[in-house]
Design a protein around this ligand. Structure first.
Ligand code: 2BA
Length: 112
């Protein structure tokens, strides 16, 4: 019987998602990918739902550390329209973390 008592919600960068999914599946864990968009950068990222036995969390964290890298990106913005003609502002440097992971308790797991 599959034991699932934790749900990991891992928000990862698009480039890292498939290699991480492949590693997670190869390790015997189950995963669902949702294509999501970060609120700040408005860039595509991926949210992975991983239902897992809590004893396997260290193994999952190891895979996440192995496959998800911190990267620097630049945010380009313009002045708001109500300030007249839009003007390109200098790009802002933003560090995007390797992954943001939430672990929540699973009250019940019912595969039908
Ligand atoms: P984004 O919201 O697009 O944020 C991308 C990166 O921009 C963040 O990287 C952070 O370094 C920076 N950032 C975000 N909000 C900022 C702000 N108000 N001021 C200055 N810099 C800001 P990470 O922290 O590694 O987050 C990567 C992605 O993970 C986020 O994409 C978002 O989709 C998700 N995320 C992060 N923290 C979250 C949280 N507490 N709840 C829900 N989603 C979260």
């Amino acid at each position: 019987m599959l034991r699932v008592d934790k749900l990991a919600l891992a928000i990862v960068q698009d480039q890292d998602a498939q290699p991480l999914i492949d590693a997670v599946v190869a390790r015997g864990y189950r995963v669902t990918r949702m294509d999501t968009v970060g609120g700040f950068l408005r860039k595509g990222n991926a949210t992975l739902l991983i239902g897992i036995d809590d004893r396997h969390l260290p193994g999952l964290f190891y895979l996440i550390r192995q496959h998800c890298r911190t990267r620097t990106t630049f945010l380009t913005t313009t002045t708001p329209l109500d300030m007249g003609e839009p003007l390109m502002l200098d790009p802002i440097e933003v560090q995007v973390g390797g992954a943001v992971v939430f672990i929540v308790d699973v009250e019940r797991f019912e595969p039908f």
